[in-house]
Write a protein that binds this ligand. Structure first.
Ligand SMILES: [Zn+2]
Length: 247
């Protein structure tokens, strides 16, 4: 049937600050609620397996940007026997102490899958062909060195990217690319829909998504299409400011 891929960003041990923050306590409650309901968890790297896509409902856990606040979330998930995937931005990891360093990520690689999220977090769709190839290769090489193995998954920075960016990602060796379309992953292929969890969501919201019927997803799809059209008309920065206010 489907994999519902959840996308988290910061998971601070305290009150959320940004719109995309989910407090650690709420995060734990969301995972426990899913677990207590008997939901099947799969790794992001396995979410395109035919048995996961075609039979049952499964949940995969992803974290974008590699924020240092995710460390406690990863340890909690390890205690629960669950393996998330963290998508890392090379420059933030290498230079900014607010993000997990290569050394910290090395400590987590046994309990957390590592994937790419760009070298700089620039929108891939804004890059020339040469810049795009460099951005993807640098991201792949940085994470691959930490993981000690080839890296085959990534997430689109800002969710921006279409056919050109997906083709370039595949040429760079990425097999699965997480997007930001808030829908279940129901069709096998390189691009994987992901549902962003934000500060407005409560303990039972992700569980609700696993039980949602077609009408819920049809309404979300329409809202997403309208937002995408708005983004094209307005330009990205204004759009970002407006949607952060509107959601
Ligand atoms: Zn990001």
């Amino acid at each position: 049937m489907a994999v519902i891929v959840l996308m988290y960003h910061h998971t601070p041990d305290g009150a959320p600050e940004g719109f995309y923050d989910v407090g650690l306590a709420t995060f734990r409650d969301q995972i426990r609620t899913l677990r207590d309901a008997g939901v099947s968890f799969v790794k992001f790297s396995e979410c395109d397996r035919p048995d996961n896509v075609q039979a049952g409902i499964h949940v995969a856990l992803t974290f974008d940007d590699g924020h240092a606040s995710n460390a406690a979330a990863f340890r909690f998930l390890a205690d629960e026997g669950l393996t998330p995937t963290a998508f890392i931005v090379r420059d933030w990891s290498a230079r900014d102490p607010a993000y997990l360093s290569a050394r910290a990520l090395g400590d987590f690689k046994e309990i957390c899958e590592l994937g790419g999220h760009g070298a700089t977090h620039r929108a891939l769709s804004s890059l020339t062909e040469a810049e795009l190839a460099d951005e993807l290769a640098a991201s792949r090489d940085y994470v691959g060195e930490i993981a000690g193995a080839p890296v085959s998954t990534m997430a689109l920075p800002g969710g921006h990217g279409g056919a050109r960016e997906l083709a370039a990602a595949q040429r760079a060796g990425f097999v699965l690319v997480g997007n930001s379309r808030p829908l279940p992953h129901v069709t096998r292929g390189v691009t994987v829909n992901r549902n962003c969890v934000n500060r407005t969501h409560h303990a039972r919201t992700p569980l609700g998504w696993t039980r949602a019927g077609p009408l819920h997803w049809t309404a979300l799809r329409a809202r997403f299409a309208a937002a995408a059209a708005g983004r094209r008309l307005m330009g990205k920065s204004l759009y970002g400011a407006l949607t952060a206010l509107a959601k």
